[in-house]
Design a protein around this ligand. Sequence first.
Ligand code: IPM
Ligand code: MG
Length: 350
Amino acid sequence: MTDLLLLPGDGIGPEVTAQVRRVAEKLTPDLSLDERPFGGISYDQLGTPLADETLAAAKAARAVLMGAVGGPQWAAAPRDKRPEAGLLALRAGMGVFANLRPALCFQPLADASSLKREIVEGLDLMIVRELTGGIYFGIPRFIEDLPGGGRRAVDTQVYTTAEIERVARVAFELARGRRNKVASAEKSNVMDSGLLWREVVTDLHKRDYADVELTHILADNAAMQLVRAPKQFDVLVTDNLFGDILSDAAAQLTGSLGMLPSAALGVAGTPGLYEPIHGSAPDIAGKGVANPLAAILSFEMALRWSLDRPAEADRLYAAVGAALEAGARTADLGGSLTTVQMGDAVLARL
Ligand code: IPM
Ligand code: MG
């Protein structure tokens, strides 16, 4: 059985994933690694962004670490063959409905954020994004030609009680191990799915988690509060689309999109999917300057959540902190280290 399946993907994905491989080989040499094409590169090689064998290998591994997918060269590919479609199929195929996106400001990076130091210093926020439902997967979806000219596009936002409840449960459970606060974000003022979201979260809270402090917040206000006073949040649970948007905003609070890892989890006993939340960054791909820390920290989450190696996770986390403390910075953090040099900086402190 493979312990960790690497899916480097496209753009900067292979560059940052290569640093994860180096870290894994040093920190946990006994873990078995496998690697497969995924995303645009898989489309080029195999005619599909997610081959059946790749999905099967992902489901059979203990953890999967994805680099990034997508790029301008695949913009004209049929929509169901685009790299992003492969990623959605992977998430759905693995059933990883709860996406944990921690926004944690490392002390030495408090000045790297575009926000004032006092607003982000000590930030420790966990976004729980629903990942396998909502408008990303809702049917019908299409673009049609209108008889009188012009076209019409439809996407569907859809959530069931069960889908909302299982992701909210993850948020409440996480909160209990943290500062015991959950904020649930939706648009119940304009969307029926938001109304149901609020009702289901309220019911679940009353039934099983009355000890946790719950607040409801409209998603637009959540965006504003994230850049106004982000430290008010502990766990922020929200749907797939709002979670995508709010987690990019949260990432910038920590200094750079290049810092944020994520863990996508399904039901207990199934493999988790770990991804840096940044994209494939075509503008810097191939230049060797991407920040590998989001990918390395995604491996740290894999060690914790899927691979049962909390001690190694702690060591890796400390090594990343120490590297930053010593001034290691890639370009996104205002420095000049290359991807490999940032990998070196972490490896040296393991
Ligand atoms: C993310 C990304 C993906 C998403 C894209 C690449 C499909 O933005 O993981 O946040 O929208 O989920
Ligand atoms: Mg995103």
